[in-house]
Design a binder for this molecule. Structure first.
Ligand code: BYC
Length: 332
């Protein structure tokens, strides 16, 4: 599809990163392209730091989609009806597709899939903090769709305008599917909230547990976000972490009210003057603990991913053997 990654296939990682020094003139010309809203394509010249930032963000995004299949996949066998099972299955398959799509977008920047997967499995690369929380009840599946996919859409719609063409184009399709995911989650919550007292209590409990981790998905507050300023200058990010978090709160609180649920924040209130909801302090210690690998499910998630990778070894081996056979036939 894109050729920068293909041009560099087979080269060791260090070699791919060795490039001539970047001149001030090149850097200025690149910034002018970003400022003019031109799309940067895989074979265009780009600063090494821009390439590395994108590899980091896109690969982490891909890892999040792949690890994100686990908490929901957990409920495939326990969905309350055939219809819910089919919908959830389609959603989880979508996440797999997003992951593979995003790995391909990252590969256009010259990084190999193997390297990205190694970095995930070794714990070097991050994935979204949100997927280190457990799905204890069926309502958690509703809360994930409603809140987690809702937060994802808020973050990802602006990424459709990201300066890097392959990532921006990938996000268009991803966002369409995320929008369906958000609606199915809200629908689960709506059905539960219109049901028995026990069902409504289950929905409230899920909101209580998923609300704060969903706000953390947007990343550290702007004053602590190390990458935001540069990513915004390069037009990779269009809004800061805090701006997106605020948009999410403003959009989601009225939805909770519609459901008849209480957002678990005593400080939450609407400020008539600003037109925004003000919310309480986020427990950043919890966020950093999860990032450091000490969330409720970090170890379980990585162990399961490692097992899936090991179980798939024969598929990779067969694909390599097929490719080798094909290459011999082509040569002949
Ligand atoms: N979790 O300087 P900052 C989904 C890291 S999947 C973990 O603000 P940046 C879905 C950050 O990486 C949702 N780590 O960074 C799937 C950085 O560490 P490194 C995933 C986080 O990149 C299945 C450090 O903290 N979405 O939707 O400017 C089912 C400093 O942060 C988190 C994406 O990946 C976090 N929450 O901004 C359902 C979207 N937040 O790399 C749904 C694309 C921050 O220096 N990514 N960190 O070691 C982004 O938009 C940006 O990368 C972020 C962070 C807003 C996440």
């Amino acid at each position: 599809m894109y050729t920068q990654g293909l041009d560099q296939q087979g080269k060791p990682e260090q070699e791919k990163q060795r490039r001539p020094a970047e001149s001030e003139a090149e850097l200025r010309a690149f910034q002018r392209r970003c400022d003019a809203e031109e799309k940067i394509e895989a074979k265009d010249w780009m600063p090494e730091a821009y390439r590395r930032t994108l590899v980091r963000q896109i690969s982490q995004h891909a890892h999040s989609e792949i690890i994100g299949m686990q908490p929901e996949g957990n409920w495939l066998t326990r969905a309350p009806s055939l219809k819910r099972k089919v919908i959830l299955l389609a959603k989880v398959q979508d996440e797999a597709g997003h992951g593979l799509y995003l790995y391909s977008a990252a590969e256009t920047l010259g990084v190999s899939r193997d390297k990205m997967v190694d970095d995930l499995l070794s714990g070097k690369a991050k994935y979204s903090s949100i997927f280190n929380y457990a799905t204890l009840t069926w309502a958690d599946i509703g809360a994930i769709g409603w809140l987690v996919d809702g937060a994802a859409i808020m973050n990802q719609v602006p990424l459709c305008r990201c300066s890097y063409g392959p990532y921006a184009r990938a996000m268009v399709r991803v966002c369409k599917e995320e929008s369906f995911h958000q609606r199915q989650g809200f629908d689960i919550m709506h059905v539960l909230c219109s049901g028995s007292e026990a069902q409504k209590a289950m929905a409230q409990d899920a909101l209580n547990r998923w609300w704060w981790p969903s706000l953390m998905m947007f990343g550290p507050s702007d004053k602590d976000s190390e990458h935001s300023a540069q990513s915004m200058a390069w037009k990779i990010k269009r809004f800061s972490n805090d701006e997106l978090r605020q948009k999410f709160v403003d959009a989601t609180v009225p939805q909770a009210e519609f459901l008849g649920l209480r957002v678990p924040d005593d400080d939450l209130h609407f400020n008539e003057a600003t037109g925004h909801y003000e919310f309480g302090d986020i427990d950043w210690q919890e966020f950093y603990d999860v990032l450091a690998g000490n969330g409720p499910c970090n170890r379980e998630r990585l162990a399961k991913r490692q097992k899936a990778h090991d179980d798939g070894a024969w598929v990779r081996e067969a694909a390599r053997a097929y490719a080798a056979k094909h290459a011999v036939q082509e040569a002949a």
